[in-house]
Design a protein around this ligand. Structure first.
Ligand SMILES: Cc1cc2nc3c(=O)[nH]c(=O)nc-3n(C[C@H](O)[C@H](O)[C@H](O)COP(=O)(O)OP(=O)(O)OC[C@H]3O[C@@H](n4cnc5c(N)ncnc54)[C@H](O)[C@@H]3O)c2cc1C
Length: 489
C-alpha cells in the first residue's frame, strides 16, 4: 500500500452496494476499509425483499420466459415516464445476466420464483430464497472469505477529505466514543444508501407532499447524510424529487415521532376505502406508479384497507422487527394489531365504521356491493376493473381496518455519476478519487429508473453499480483495469 494511505479504497456503507464495491476493489488487488454508521452491516439490502429485475438469465430460460435487452429496455424507458437515465439503464440491463445473476448465484444465492410486476412485458423480478437477507449474507460471506477484514461498524462518515481538488479520504466519527479520525485512501466509494427514512428531507425535495402525511420507510440509517457529504465536496445531486412511494403502509405504533411506516403485504383480498367509505382504485394494482397517486388524490390522502379474519391470518409486515428473513414474529404482529391506533377491529362492519370514523351505511354498502360482484361470478369489478378470479369476499368476522398512508421507500434520484460511477461535479466533470453507487446514486448513475421503476430495479442496479464503482475506484488507486463485465447483446 502507498505510504500515507490507511487503505487503497475506503468504502462508506456496508450495505449491498458497499460490499459489492469492496469485493470488486479487493479482487483488483486494492486494500479495502469499510465503514458503516449502523451497529451491523446490511443496510436496506438485508431487510429488502431481495427481488432483482434481471434480463436473459438462465432461470428465465429454464422457465420458458423469452426476454431480451431490447424488450427490457423498451419496458424500462416507457415505465420511467421519460426520465430514466437511458445509458445507465441499457448498461445495467445488458450486464444483469452475467454480472449480477451469475455473480450472485456463484456466491450461493438460490432463485426460486418470479413476480410479474407492473410494466414488464415478461416476468423478470427474480426472487431469492431467504429474501434480501440471504443475498446480503452470501455477499458478506464471500467478502470475508476473500480476506476483506477491515469492517468498522458504528462508524459514521462525517466529511470527505480533499487535496488539490482530489478526494483523498474520509473523516469518520466513532458513534460510541464520538472520536473522529481521518482515513486516507487512493479513492473513496460512497455507498451510504438513500434518504427515505428522513421524512423532512423528502418534503424538502417534494414540497407538494407537505400537506399530506408521508411515512418514512427504509433502513433506519437511510437519512441522506451521504448526499450532504458529496454535495458539500462539490458533487451534484439530480432528480431528488423522484421518490418511490408505496400506498400500503401503516404507521409503526412503536415510533413515538409517528414518522416510521410499516409496509403491509400478504392481503390479496383487502378492499380499500377512503375516509368517505368508498372504493377508489383497483386494489390489485398496488404499485407505486398507480396506487400511490390514487391514495394521494383522496381527501384526506389516506385509506382504510378492510379485511376479514382470513386476511388477519395471512398478513405480512415487511419490517425486520416483524419479519426476519422467512420468519414471521407472530407475537409482535399480534401486538401491532392490538396496540396500533391505526388498526381497528370489530365483529361487524358497522362497528368497524364507528371505530374508523367512516360513515357506517356507506361502508356497509361498499362491501356488500363488492361481495355481490364475487357472488355473481364477474371476471372484473365493474367499478375499478379489479380482476375477481380467485378473490374472496370480505365476510368472516372479526373485521379489521388498517389505515394506510403513502410511505417513502426508495430514492430514485441521487448523486450523479458517469458510467464508471465517478461522481460528477456541478460542471458535469468527474471528481478525482470519488465514486458513488447504490441508492445514494438513485440506485445507479443518478436516476437509472426515472419517475417509476419496474420493481427489482433498485436492488439489482444498486449491487451492480457497487461492483462498477469498486473496480474503478481500485483502478483510480492504482489497481486493476476497472470494470470489465460480460454484456448480453
Ligand atoms: C424493506 C425494503 C424492501 C425492499 N425490497 C426491494 C426489492 O425486493 N427489490 C428491489 O429492487 N429493491 C428493494 N428495496 C430497495 C433496495 O433494497 C435498496 O435500494 C438497496 O438495497 C440499496 O442498497 P445500498 O447498498 O445502496 O444501500 P443500503 O443497503 O441501505 O446500505 C447503505 C449503508 O450505508 C450506511 N450509512 C448511511 N449513512 C452513512 C454514513 N454517513 N457513514 C457510514 N455509513 C453510512 C447505512 O447504515 C447502510 O448500512 C427495498 C427496500 C426496503 C427498505
Amino acid at each position: 500500500m502507498e505510504k500515507g494511505r490507511d487503505a487503497d479504497v475506503v468504502v462508506v456503507g456496508a450495505g449491498g452496494a458497499g460490499v459489492a464495491a469492496a469485493i470488486d476493489a479487493h479482487d483488483a488487488g486494492a486494500r479495502v476499509i469499510i465503514v458503516d454508521s449502523h451497529r451491523q452491516p446490511g443496510g436496506a439490502t438485508a431487510i429488502s425483499g431481495g427481488g432483482c429485475c434481471m434480463v436473459g438469465t438462465a432461470f428465465q430460460r429454464e422457465k420458458g420466459i423469452e426476454d431480451s435487452p431490447d424488450l427490457a429496455f423498451s419496458d424500462w424507458v416507457h415505465f420511467g415516464q421519460g426520465s430514466a437515465d437511458e445509458v445507465w439503464a441499457r448498461f445495467y440491463i445488458e450486464h444483469s445476466a452475467h454480472d449480477l445473476y451469475e455473480w450472485l448465484t456463484a456466491m450461493g444465492v438460490v432463485w426460486d420464483s418470479f413476480n410479474h410486476q407492473e410494466g414488464n412485458t415478461v416476468p423478470r423480478w427474480h426472487h431469492p430464497v431467504g429474501n434480501g437477507k440471504a443475498i446480503f449474507e452470501a455477499m458478506h460471506a464471500a467478502a470475508v472469505a476473500r480476506g476483506i477484514d477491515s469492517w468498522h461498524m458504528n462508524t459514521e462518515a462525517v466529511a470527505l477529505l480533499t487535496d488539490d481538488q482530489r478526494v483523498t479520504g474520509v473523516r469518520v466519527r466513532d458513534k460510541q466514543t464520538s472520536q473522529e479520525r481521518d482515513l486516507r485512501a487512493g479513492a473513496v466509494v460512497m455507498a451510504s444508501g438513500g434518504f427515505m427514512s428522513n421524512v423532512e428531507m423528502v418534503y424538502q425535495y417534494r414540497p407538494d407532499l407537505r400537506p399530506h402525511r408521508i411515512l418514512g420507510g427504509s433502513h433506519v440509517e437511510a437519512t441522506g447524510r451521504g448526499h450532504r457529504l458529496v454535495s458539500d465536496a462539490g458533487g451534484i445531486l439530480t432528480h431528488m424529487g423522484d421518490v418511490w412511494m408505496y400506498a400500503y403502509a401503516t404507521p409503526d405504533y412503536r415510533d413515538s415521532e409517528g414518522e416510521r411506516g410499516l409496509v403491509v403485504r400478504g392481503l390479496p383480498d383487502y378492499v380499500w376505502v377512503n375516509a368517505q367509505g368508498r372504493r377508489f382504485h383497483n386494489e390489485s394494482l398496488s404499485g407505486g406508479a398507480s396506487a400511490t397517486p390514487a391514495v394521494l388524490a383522496q381527501d384526506p390522502a389516506y385509506c382504510w384497507a378492510i379485511i376479514d379474519q382470513t386476511g388477519r391470518d395471512t398478513v405480512e409486515i415487511s419490517d425486520p422487527y416483524y419479519r426476519d428473513g422467512l420468519i414471521k414474529h407472530w407475537d409482535r404482529i399480534d401486538d401491532l394489531f392490538q396496540k396500533s391506533p391505526h388498526i381497528k377491529e370489530s365483529d361487524t362492519l358497522r362497528g368497524l365504521a364507528g371505530e374508523t370514523g367512516v360513515p357506517g351505511a356507506v361502508l356497509e354498502e361498499t362491501i356488500t356491493r363488492y361481495n355481490a360482484y364475487i357472488d355473481e361470478g364477474l371476471q372484473r369489478d365493474p367499478d375499478f376493473g379489479r380482476p375477481l378470479q380467485g378473490r374472496k369476499k370480505v365476510e368472516q368476522a372479526p373485521f379489521y381496518a388498517l389505515q394506510f398512508f403513502p410511505l417513502s421507500r426508495k430514492s430514485f434520484g441521487g448523486v450523479k455519476t458517469d458510467l464508471r460511477c465517478q461522481v460528477l461535479d456541478t460542471h458535469f466533470q468527474p471528481m478525482e478519487g470519488l465514486f458513488g453507487a447504490g441508492e445514494l446514486a438513485g440506485m445507479a448513475g443518478g436516476h437509472i429508473n426515472g419517475k417509476a421503476g419496474l420493481e427489482g430495479t433498485m436492488l439489482g442496479p444498486a449491487l451492480f453499480s457497487g461492483r462498477v464503482a469498486g473496480a474503478w475506484a481500485a483502478n483510480a488507486a492504482g489497481f486493476g483495469p476497472g470494470f470489465v463485465g460480460t454484456p448480453l447483446r
